[in-house]
Ligand binder design. Structure first.
Ligand SMILES: Cc1cc2nc3c(=O)[nH]c(=O)nc-3n(C[C@H](O)[C@H](O)[C@H](O)COP(=O)(O)OP(=O)(O)OC[C@H]3O[C@@H](n4cnc5c(N)ncnc54)[C@H](O)[C@@H]3O)c2cc1C
Length: 379
């Protein structure tokens, strides 16, 4: 195995304490959360209390001022545990970044400490029933009226949607007809009159994740809640998307590595025709291929991470990491499931859950087809 060189002992210590939290306070409840289609709200407060939310945010706003490798360690542990209902990375490593990078001082003081403590759960709402890939075509409007914007429209497939207290909403504040220039980001508090949430959507996987629709009916959002400048929403979204795509690649490799590990364990213990499944050449070759491919993916992702830390990761490389690693995850988990035989089709086995959970990786964060479009544009 090519050794990983990115993480220092302090990252690994942090990883261990987060792993303990996942094993003790998340894993035992996850099946119940899948039934109720939502995690318990209390897990957010508990994570905040233990310092596991918004770790990369500055200390002045409730964070730990940590580098992104601490976040990566948490993502990998969640992926390995199959804790697909936990939306901490979206909250801590996506939404918080928008507020920290583009918010003004008052906005940061208002929202980031609440997010770091777990008092406020956050979401980002881009996708609409009529448009996902084509973000410039969003129909939600925010029309200026005195000191407010009046927000109308609806969003769908929103991760952390049901529990959200703060939502960064992509809306049109202009009508020049040039989608990008008309787009702005508004932070909407969940208790604002006219803002309602749908029931959790019935998904094929990631069942504990409270993905839902959001509706805005003449919601009066203070102008003070505009992030950055009016009409700059698209530019802000583009700046963050490379990192957001790498997050999916990180999850993909870590989740597939976990699948490989429990497939090795399973095939060693399961006997057919008097021999362990692992003893057959087909199994050995399949697992060897998977191990090799994951090692190759891991090295690419770690190199991308180095570039993230240097703020140099390009859109094309992030897109390549996202599509290649999420495709690989799908292929690996499918092969690992096959090696489990009928048990692989049973939800009590982690491989079955990984199989349904991983499908979304190729869709969200920009579909894999859109990733290829982005790469093609750079050539
Ligand atoms: C579990 C889950 C969680 C999600 N969480 C969030 C969230 O928190 N916030 C949020 O805003 N959104 C979220 N999404 C939405 C997700 O980002 C979108 O579903 C995704 O971007 C695709 O958009 P769409 O569903 O509208 O598909 P469409 O845009 O309708 O695409 C349909 C098909 O057409 C293809 N296609 C589209 N354009 C092109 C093109 N130019 N060339 C070739 N093929 C093309 C697509 O690749 C796809 O195969 C989530 C989705 C899921 C499944």
């Amino acid at each position: 195995m090519i050794p990983r060189t990115l993480f220092r002992p302090e990252h690994e210590d942090f990883r261990k304490s987060f792993r303990r939290f996942v094993q003790e306070e998340i894993v035992p409840h996850h099946a119940r959360w899948e039934e109720q289609q939502c995690v318990d709200r209390a897990i957010w407060n508990r994570a905040g209390e233990l310092g596991f939310l918004c770790v990369t945010m500055p200390e002045a706003y409730g964070g730990a001022g940590a580098d992104r490798l601490y976040s990566v360690a948490m993502m990998e542990e969640l992926a390995r545990a199959g804790a697909s209902g936990i939306g901490f990375p979206l909250h801590s490593d996506i939404v918080a970044n928008y507020i920290n990078n583009f918010g003004n001082e008052a906005q940061k003081r208002e929202w980031l400490p609440r997010m770091a403590s777990g008092a406020a759960v956050s979401a980002i709402a881009m996708t609409e029933p009529g448009t996902g890939s084509d973000l410039q075509a969003v129909k939600t409007t925010a029309v200026a009226d005195g000191e407010h914007y009046v927000l109308n429209g609806s969003k769908t497939f929103i991760t952390n949607g049901l529990l959200s207290d703060l939502v960064v909403v992509v809306a049109k504040t202009g009508n020049s007809g040039e989608g990008a220039k008309d787009t702005s980001l508004l932070v909407v508090e969940a208790d604002t009159p006219g803002f309602t949430k749908g029931k959790p959507l019935k998904k094929i996987g990631m069942k504990a994740q409270d993905t839902c629709e959001l509706f805005f009916d003449n919601v009066r959002v203070p102008k003070a809640n505009l992030l950055g400048k009016e009409g700059m929403g698209f530019v802000m979204l583009m700046q963050e998307l490379a990192w957001e795509r790498l997050i999916i690649a990180i999850y993909s490799i870590a989740g597939a590595e976990a699948a490989l590990q429990y497939t090795v364990d399973y095939t060693r213990s399961r006997k057919v025709f008097g021999r362990p499944v692992a003893a057959y050449q087909n199994t050995r070759f399949k697992l060897a291929e998977v191990k090799g491919e994951l090692a190759i993916g891991r090295v690419f992702v770690d190199r991308c991470l180095e570039l993230v830390l240097q703020k140099k990761l390009g859109v094309d490389d992030a897109a390549a990491a996202k599509f290649w690693c999420s495709d690989l995850m799908g292929k690996v988990i499918d092969e690992c499931l096959q090696l489990h035989g009928g048990n692989g089709y049973m939800l009590e086995y982690p491989i079955a859950r990984a199989y349904i959970d991983c499908r979304a990786q190729r869709i969200y964060g920009g579909t894999n087809e859109i990733m290829k479009e982005l790469i093609a544009r750079t050539m």
